[in-house]
Ligand binder design. Structure first.
Ligand code: ZN
Length: 264
C-alpha cells in the first residue's frame, strides 16, 4: 500500500487473500473500474513487484507489517505510514492542520473530518439507500446536493466563502474541492501562534458548519434560506469558539484579518 497507495482504493477485492489472485499460471489484478493512465502505470509497477517476489507454495497466508517483512506493528510505524499516505491527498494534509491546530470544538472537528472524507449524509449520499428522495440542493434549488456542491459550488457556499475569505485575506472560492482543501491547508499552516492566526483557523470549520446547520434548518424545520442568516451563523461560530482562545467576552474578526478582543 505504501508503494502504490492508489491501487488499494480501486482494488476489486480489498480483503482478498494471495491465493485468490493466483490463477494457476500467474497473478491476476482486478479493479473496480478501468484504471486511469497514471493508475495503469502504477498497476504495471505493482504487477512487476508481485511477479518478482519469490513464491512459497504449501504455506498459509500471513499478515505482516512494513516493507521489511520481519517488522512488527507499532503505533509509531503506523503513524509514519499514515503520514506518507496522507501526503498524496491535499484534503488529508489540510484536515491534519484543522484537526491539530484549530480551536474549534471536537464535535466540529469530527464533522470537518467527515466532510473531507465525503462521509456526510448529503441528499445524494442518502439516495443510494432511498432512490425516492429528492437530491436537489435546498439552498439554491439548483444543483444536486453532493459534498462538492453543498460546501463549494452552491451559490450560498460561494457567497459565504467570498465574505469569509475577505475576513482572513485568503481566496476561499475555488474551482474544485481539491483546490479548496489546498487553500485550507495554506490558511491553516500559514502563520504563527498569534491571535490572528488562531482565529483564522476557525474560519473553515465555521463556514462548513454554518452551511450544514442552515441546510438542516431548511430541510427539517422548514425555514426559508437567507444569505444573511448563513453569514450570521458562521460569524457566530467564530465569535463563540474564538472566546475560548483568549478567554475574552467578545471577539471579532474584521475584514483584512484584524481581530478585536473585548471584555465588555
Ligand atoms: Zn445549492
Amino acid at each position: 500500500m505504501s508503494y502504490f497507495p492508489g491501487m488499494y482504493h480501486i482494488a476489486l477485492n480489498q480483503e482478498g487473500r494471495a491465493e485468490e489472485a493466483w490463477e494457476g499460471n500467474g497473478w491476476r489484478l482486478r479493479f473496480q473500474r478501468a484504471p486511469t493512465l497514471a493508475e495503469s502505470t502504477q498497476a504495471t509497477g505493482l504487477a512487476r513487484m508481485i511477479a518478482s517476489a519469490p513464491l512459497v507454495t504449501g504455506s498459509s497466508d500471513r499478515v505482516r507489517w512494513g516493507r521489511r517483512g520481519h517488522e512488527e506493528y507499532t503505533v509509531r510505524r503506523g503513524y509514519r505510514w499514515w503520514r506518507r499516505l496522507a501526503s498524496h491527498r491535499p484534503e488529508m494534509v489540510a484536515l491534519q492542520g484543522l484537526i491539530w491546530r484549530s480551536a474549534a470544538p471536537l464535535k466540529i472537528k469530527i464533522f470537518v473530518w467527515l466532510v473531507g472524507q465525503e462521509r456526510i449524509l448529503t441528499k445524494v449520499y442518502c439516495a443510494k439507500w432511498n432512490p425516492d428522495i429528492s437530491t436537489q440542493c435546498v439552498l439554491c434549488n439548483g444543483g444536486e446536493e453532493t459534498v462538492d456542491h453543498l460546501f463549494r459550488e452552491c451559490m450560498a457556499a460561494r457567497g459565504l466563502w467570498l465574505r469569509l475569505g475577505a475576513r482572513c485575506n485568503h481566496r476561499l472560492n475555488c474551482p474544485s474541492m481539491g483546490e479548496f482543501w489546498e487553500a485550507t491547508r495554506k490558511l491553516t499552516c500559514r502563520g504563527d501562534r498569534s491571535l490572528e492566526s488562531k482565529v483564522r483557523r476557525l474560519v473553515i470549520p465555521a463556514g462548513l458548519w454554518a452551511i450544514w446547520l442552515t441546510r438542516n434548518s431548511v430541510i427539517f424545520r422548514g425555514q426559508r434560506f437567507y444569505m444573511e442568516n448563513l453569514w450570521d451563523t458562521a460569524e457566530g461560530c467564530i465569535r463563540d469558539w474564538g472566546k475560548f482562545i483568549v478567554g475574552a467576552n467578545t471577539i471579532e474578526l474584521h475584514r483584512g484579518g484584524h481581530v478585536d478582543v473585548g471584555t465588555g
